[in-house]
Design a protein around this ligand. Structure first.
Ligand code: PEP
Ligand code: MG
Length: 757
């Protein structure tokens, strides 16, 4: 890079803006000078600055060219007019004919009817829109990309002035009403179970960057590159020597590997270099690219892109650390027991914290398959996500409880709550120990009936739970889950390796491979989402697999190869018609034939089963039964479709009960039909993991259940305290009742008979 290629125009503008900002006079008068300078530099007739005020209102704070009467009078809501549009989408607009834009809103007090073209950019601070900077011209001017870039760079410098609190109070920049000091209970979604208490550490890396405008751009470029190289070096050390570096093949390794690749991909470095070229210091350039990325991609509907934003933010923060020479956190200054609170974060950022002190993680955003959630689960830390606005409700050092058992977070809990929490924790630990002691005991009822308890698994670390819980095997391996956390669709070899590890970890216990069930609520980040009105009933699971047989064939091939001669169980999801099962089974046999023809080892036994989760299939049992080796009832979907109630909608969650005489009769009928044909049948929906429901299912004759791993202990305890004969007798006595639920009766029965629920 030589100085000649560094563009000088934006740099000159930036230095002038900076001089004004650092100069004398009130904030308002400096702002007025700045609009003047920008207008003159970019040769525009208007330059205006709007600042965001509480309630998502944009107020005209300064203008050069519009009527001065409009200053502090004109206010626009987010989304209102072109200025509101820029703020709402956090993206620039450059329009040669602004008035014909559908969002144009005419404000007579501004006198802007004379101006035809408009270019505006959001003023971003820490990913939040804090204002809008706009210029206008009388002519229908075509603004160039370089001009948009320049305006963005100036906007970034302005953001510091807005954030400085001179124009409006800092409290107006907070996302909510500031920090209330009351104890608070916030709800969210559990991404990793467990209980944790500690002092909050807000993961809000803030860097005080004194110099935004470069004195010597060449020097800045060199600093950027040096910092980048040293960041890569440190990252390698972290990933190779951190607490998760021992290769046991869990998905967190894929996640961290992908992260390393992004770090090496020079795309974002190039953008940062461009920002340096426009006149910013290396720190300011890094910050600018980070802010823009967050604003642009943070709202993306695509989960893959959203995940990438966190990875890139993680990298930007790291780069800033190397540039400023300041570590974001000194491990020695961290609380002994800490709970990290973040909007969201990248996977490696969590590893920066001393994991021996980590007691929990709380995210404002995130999802169960977020990269950071996967890493946290590998570290065995409770994680709660989707805890709205928590960052604005808590401060560093305040006590916080992460209750991943009850999907809640308690902020500043009182002494009594903390006391109760410690007791619950002790109690849970005792129960855990008790379940651990149960692990080697049979799941046998008091009158000697054995129940086969299996786990449902998704990620590799779930397979460790077979051993930990003493489960009989894996009754449902949701093969789409590993697909969901990857950056791209795994090829046959990648799948084969994964399935081989799965079978190795199962160590001879049976695993039911459910073929890929995507669609509905399960989105693959690298597949274009279909715009379906009703995705749960849309193009999903076996429907995709049969329409795109290559996907299913590759998966079946990988399972067959991974078996290396061991027995396999394959189950097809969302089958609605017998013919669909036949077609899927044909593909399975085709793959077996292929394996034989190529001289590969074929599994010693192949069981082809069906997931029974569509009522239409349940009504065709007579045709189906002779074709299948086993049946597993997916009660989550079966109940959703039977009662026409969305399984994810809390408004209808309690409306219909699987513990109704009708639903139980329906399930019993399926059970009887399988029994007559000597076909094994199990239940693998969430209901099977709830002790009361499990009791009723056993009462109507089910002998095989599959559930989330933490449910094995409680269900086994229940099984060991019940008499099959007594429960069956009672359940049958209430099966003909006309009620919508017999839950209370079952509970009373369990209580009277000492059944542990
Ligand atoms: C079910 O539908 O009950 C089931 C177990 O499958 P999933 O929850 O993966 O849809
Ligand atoms: Mg299902």
């Amino acid at each position: 890079m030589n100085a000649a290629t560094l563009s000088t125009a934006p740099r000159r503008l930036l230095s002038r803006v900076r001089d004004v900002m650092a100069g004398e006079g009130s904030a308002q008068s400096r702002l007025d000078q700045i609009t003047h300078i920008i207008g003159a530099d970019l040769v525009t007739e208007v330059c205006s600055i709007y600042v965001r005020r509480a309630g998502d209102v944009l107020e005209l704070f300064s203008t050069q060219g519009l009527s001065s009467d409009a200053v502090h009078v004109t206010r626009l809501r987010f989304g209102e007019g072109l200025i509101g549009e820029i703020a709402a989408h956090a993206t620039p607009l450059a329009l040669s004919d602004a008035q014909s834009h559908p969002s144009f809103a005419f404000r007579p007090e501004t006198g802007e009817d004379d101006f035809h073209s408009l270019m505006g950019v959001p003023v971003l601070r820490a990913g939040r829109v804090v204002g809008v900077l706009a210029v206008q011209n009388r002519t229908e001017r075509q603004y160039t990309d370089e001009e948009v870039e320049t305006l963005q760079t100036v906007a970034m410098v302005l953001a510091e002035m807005v954030a400085g609190g001179e124009l409006i109070g800092r409290h107006e920049l907070l996302p909510a009403d500031g920090i209330a000091l009351k104890p608070l209970r916030l709800e969210g979604t559990v991404y990793s179970k467990g209980l944790g208490i500690g002092k909050a550490v807000l993961h809000e890396p803030s860097f005080d960057i004194a110099d935004l405008v470069a004195e010597n751009p060449e020097h800045e470029m060199q600093r950027l590159r040096d910092a980048f190289a040293s960041m890569l070096g440190h990252l390698d050390t972290l990933l190779n020597q951190g607490p998760l570096s021992v290769g046991d093949g869990g998905e967190h390794e894929d996640v961290l590997e992908a992260f390393r690749l992004i770090a090496e991909d020079a795309g974002w470095l190039k953008r940062t270099e461009e920002a340096v070229r426009s006149g910013l210091t290396a720190e300011a350039a890094t910050l600018k690219v980070k802010n823009e990325m967050r604003a642009r991609l943070g709202q993306a509907a695509d989960p893959y892109l959203r995940e990438r934003v966190h990875d890139l933010e993680d990298l930007s923060n790291r780069l800033l650390q190397h540039l400023t020479g300041k570590g974001m956190r000194d491990p020695e200054d961290m609380p002994e027991h800490m709970v990290i609170v973040a909007r969201n974060m990248g996977p490696a950022e969590l590893l920066d914290y001393d994991h021996t002190r980590l007691r929990g993680l709380v995210l404002e955003e995130g999802s169960a398959t977020s990269h950071v959630a996967i890493v946290a689960r590998a570290l065995d830390i409770p994680v709660m996500g989707q805890v709205r606005e928590i960052l604005s409700k808590i401060d560093n050092g305040e006590t916080i409880i992460v209750d991943g058992e009850n999907a809640q977070v308690l902020v500043r809990p009182g002494e009594d709550i903390q006391q109760a929490f410690h007791e619950t924790r002790r109690h849970l630990e005792q129960i855990k120990e008790q379940y651990a002691r149960l692990k080697d005991l049979p799941a046998q009822t008091l009158d000697g009936v054995n129940i086969d308890l299996n786990i449902n698994a998704g990620l590799l670390f779930d397979f460790d739970q077979i051993e930990a819980t003493g489960a009989a095997g894996v009754g449902l391996y949701r093969t789409e889950v590993p697909f969901m956390v990857r950056a791209q669709f795994p090829d046959v070899e990648a799948q084969r390796q994964l399935y081989e590890r799965v079978l190795d970890r199962a160590n001879g216990k049976p695993v039911i491979f459910r073929t890929i069930d995507v669609g509905g609520d399960k989105v693959l980040p690298y597949w274009d989402e279909l715009d379906e009105e009703n995705p749960a009933m849309g193009w999903r699971a076996i429907r995709i697999s049969l329409d795109r047989p290559a996907i299913l064939r590759q998966q079946l091939r990988a399972i067959i190869q991974a078996a290396k001669g061991r027995a396999i169980n394959v189950m097809f999801p969302m089958v609605a018609e017998v013919e669909e099962f036949d077609d899927a089974k044909k593909l399975l046999y085709r793959e077996l034939k292929r394996q034989t023809e190529r001289g590969g080892i074929v599994p010693e036994r192949v069981n082809a089963g069906v997931m029974l989760e569509v009522p239409a299939l349940a009504l065709q049992m007579d045709k189906l039964i002779s074709r299948v080796d086993f049946v597993s009832i997916g009660s989550n979907d079966l109940m959703q479709f039977l009662y026409a109630t969305d399984r994810g909608n809390p408004h209808v969650a309690d409306r219909y009960d699987i513990l109704s005489p009708f639903a139980l009769r329906f399930l019993k009928d399926l059970r009887d039909k399988c029994d007559q044909a000597d076909v094994p049948i199990s239940v693998c929906g969430e209901a099977a993991g709830r002790p009361l429901e499990a009791m009723a299912l056993i009462g109507i004759g089910f002998r095989r259940l599959s559930m989330p791993p933490p449910a094995i202990g409680p269900v086994k305890e229940m099984v060991r305290s019940m008499s099959d004969r007594q429960v069956a007798q009672f359940v049958h006595s209430v099966l003909e009742m006309p009620h919508a639920s017999i839950r209370q009766r079952l509970m009373a029965f369990a209580k009277d008979h000492g059944i542990q629920l």
